[in-house]
Design a protein around this ligand. Sequence first.
Ligand code: NAG
Ligand code: NAG
Ligand code: NAG
Ligand code: NAG
Ligand code: NAG
Ligand code: NAG
Length: 410
Amino acid sequence: MKLLDAAPVLVTFLCISDAFGLETSTQPTSIGLIPNTSIIRRDSSLMLNGERWTISGANVYWLGLDENVIPPSGQPFYAPLKASYPTFGRITEIMNTLQIMGATTIRGHTLGISAGNPLSVMPELGVVNEQAFDTMDWAIYEARRHGLRIFAPLIDNYDYYHGGKYTFLRWAGFDLNGYNPTNPEVMQFYTNQTIINDFKNYIKVILTHANQFTGLTYAEDPTIFAYETGNELGGPIFGDMWVPNEWTEQIASYIKELAPTKLVIDGTYGVNATHLSIPTIDIFSNHFYPPDITKLQSDISLVQSVNKAYIAGEYDWTGNIASAPPLPEFFSSIEASPVVSGDLFWSLFMHDVPNCSIYVNHTDGETLQYGNPENTVHTNTQISEIRQHLFRMRGWNVSSYLPPVPCPGH
Ligand SMILES: *[C@@H]1O[C@H](CO)[C@@H](O)[C@H](O)[C@H]1NC(C)=O
Ligand SMILES: *[C@@H]1O[C@H](CO)[C@@H](O)[C@H](O)[C@H]1NC(C)=O
Ligand SMILES: *[C@@H]1O[C@H](CO)[C@@H](O)[C@H](O)[C@H]1NC(C)=O
Ligand SMILES: *[C@@H]1O[C@H](CO)[C@@H](O)[C@H](O)[C@H]1NC(C)=O
Ligand SMILES: *[C@@H]1O[C@H](CO)[C@@H](O)[C@H](O)[C@H]1NC(C)=O
Ligand SMILES: *[C@@H]1O[C@H](CO)[C@@H](O)[C@H](O)[C@H]1NC(C)=O
């Protein structure tokens, strides 16, 4: 057992990098702990330099564009959707926090989904707003510097501030305002080749963008090891998993055409058995509100039949639903299965940097604020269980202690 908890922050940082299996000569380089050639590959498990690698960490959906902070006047702010860019300090604090928590990976919606409002990458169809890349570039650079990997969904099933399939439907003249799940016209997003081509052009804008801090395009940078075809995708009825195979195949192939070393995650909400045979899909996933071991085992049976990888892409970490199994039981099932390549809790927020005296809160009741002195004993116990699990996923044992994370003051 390695005693990370007693080590000062700098030593912890270097020790953690060892666990990524990097060569000594590659750490640290001027652009961080992940060398340009450090590619995650898939057999039935995910592999890095010949060893099993796991996706474990957090959802941090706001790294590109946020909706939870009203910035000082004069800063970009789109009031109707409360959209604003996070400060660079907030992004850096997230990376420091996830490193201390033992994570390997961030799932970041707004590092892939950014359409339909003036602060988006694509405010209007075919129009590109370069400013939107500043926070995305910084998040990817900072992740790399901290030895963390990223994956991002490319479209959302819903109609939130960052955009989603309704944005593309409206651009094509389908006047579906808001989340309109019972209207069969939503299927046009998957079936209408005009809309598919619009979406592919959007994907191209994202993947061919060159990061101002690393010089690498998003397609080239191995920090982003995968893209997900979308977030919680389905058809007209919530949870119906009705995402046509042809669409999934076409989008996954296009991602690999632009970025041959990326893995592709099926963004369908749940494992649709008819998708198991799609050759360009590497990873299947499901979301857990609340954790559910029966559902997990059933997904595992499906995915192991085709020798592909599987993740719990989101789960409710709070333990507030009495009928759900305690987190350690859910984690044991994950750790016991070679099919499960990892899991990511929903969702992480830290301070309102540069103001290090307040934490940002999101109103869904699932905000994890590491180190908040106002956390209850129950909350800190949950956070500690997550941290121990994240380290165990990498073969390390740590104690229940929660080491402090410094808040960057600017
Ligand atoms: C971690 O703890 C488990 C359970 O006590 C033990 O089986 C395992 O060998 C330990 N691993 C390391 C790397 O110390
Ligand atoms: C697909 O969308 C285009 C663009 O809005 C529209 O002109 C066309 O009629 C749609 N195709 C079908 C089959 O509905
Ligand atoms: C990684 O790629 C970038 C952009 O091409 C380049 O500037 C940098 O020198 C490369 N780093 C290494 C270690 O090869
Ligand atoms: C799975 O996808 C297929 C193909 O799009 C679709 O027909 C089916 O309704 C989906 N849902 C389930 C539960 O199989
Ligand atoms: C930080 O936020 C708190 C609470 O809103 C406020 O009282 C304090 O003045 C802020 N500090 C700075 C430096 O803005
Ligand atoms: C955060 O928001 C949730 C949901 O609105 C609320 O229950 C909780 O009290 C808030 N926490 C803080 C610290 O404001």
